[in-house]
Design a protein around this ligand. Sequence first.
Ligand code: DP6
Length: 403
Amino acid sequence: RSAMAEERALAMVTCTAPVNIAVIKYWGKRDNDLILPINSSLSVTLHQDQLKTTTTAAASRDFAEDRLWLNGEEADVGHPRVQACLREVRRLARKRRGGSTEDASPLSLSYKIHVATENNFPTAAGLASSAAGYACLVSALARLYGVEGELSEVARRGSGSACRSMLGGFVQWQRGERPDGRDSFAQQVAPETHWPELRVLVLVVSSEKKQVGSTAGMQTSVDTSPLLKHRAEAVVPERMALMARHIRERDFEGFGTLTMQDSNQFHATCLDTFPPIFYLNDLSRHIIALAHRFNAHHGCTKVAYTFDAGPNAVIFTLADTVAEFVEVVRRSFPPATNGDQFVRGLPAGSASLPEELLAAVVTEPVPGAIRYILHTKPGPGPQLVDDPSQHLLGAEGLPRRCA
Ligand code: DP6
């Protein structure tokens, strides 16, 4: 055994991972432990310049126990989903090492690990995403142990939607058929460069009530909703093919229409759940009506909304429509304070609205209902952070800054 092959005392890796927004929704599992879905889904990976999770993973022979910090506060490392990800990455590492003896710097798989993770967006904004979190955890652990290749299957064990955050651009998660889940992973439909004009506006709402979580909500839906069963069996397979085609052809009319229809059907399955689950509220319905009036005024689909298991709205549009639609939102939901900070992220430009558009689209303004708009676009998958000054853990393996 050469000196190079000596086990390292401390190893540290930092990665970032993106949030994704589904345009064909995942809702319902056929296997709760392996996190296997009842239907395939398709999403757009958002750019990490605006929304990202950063995770540092370290392993050392000096660590007494596994530890985890979320946004500076210690969290439960024993969480079954965190443990599943850790176990799977280590299993892949063991498999890889079994195959070759040329690993220059094997990191002992028995060392305890420290993990710190942070979001570059306020958790209070209701954007906190388990998808970015688990994608980032798996990316960092994989790098730490020198594991490469198919990792979306591992991220899936953290959170179903996390498997789609392992790739950039437009991503599908095939439900798969096998009981062991080996064919249930994410695949890129098109890279983030494929549709340069596509833009995303996250409308961050002001009041945030505690929602029914996705995991519990979808379980009740699987148990009680006949509409969800019909959706999974008869609706989603066709929509997956159609959505992939709209994306390949950069057909915004088709993409936007189907995005809205699929969001609406997901929320219909929530209403069909017994007892029913309500993620859409009066403000969501106000935004939905606004988008339809805007599109009707233009005579085509210029903006498309989608809502997940929370109150924020996500709007897809094209670059040439951003300034006008942002102004429509500003007029419809006049910001209470910080008017200058109303649009964050990418610059939105400014537009003055024609009188006919104002009259037709901006009805009954609701002051202060939307806190701010985050302007972003499709982006790449998880990234390795090379700069060691960016590590969230210091040389002792403890968080550098606290919440
Ligand atoms: C409405 O991935 O959060 O956002 O697999 O139980 O962790 P678990 O659920 P999660 O569900 C996401 C549901 C959704 C739709 C979607 O992202 O496809």
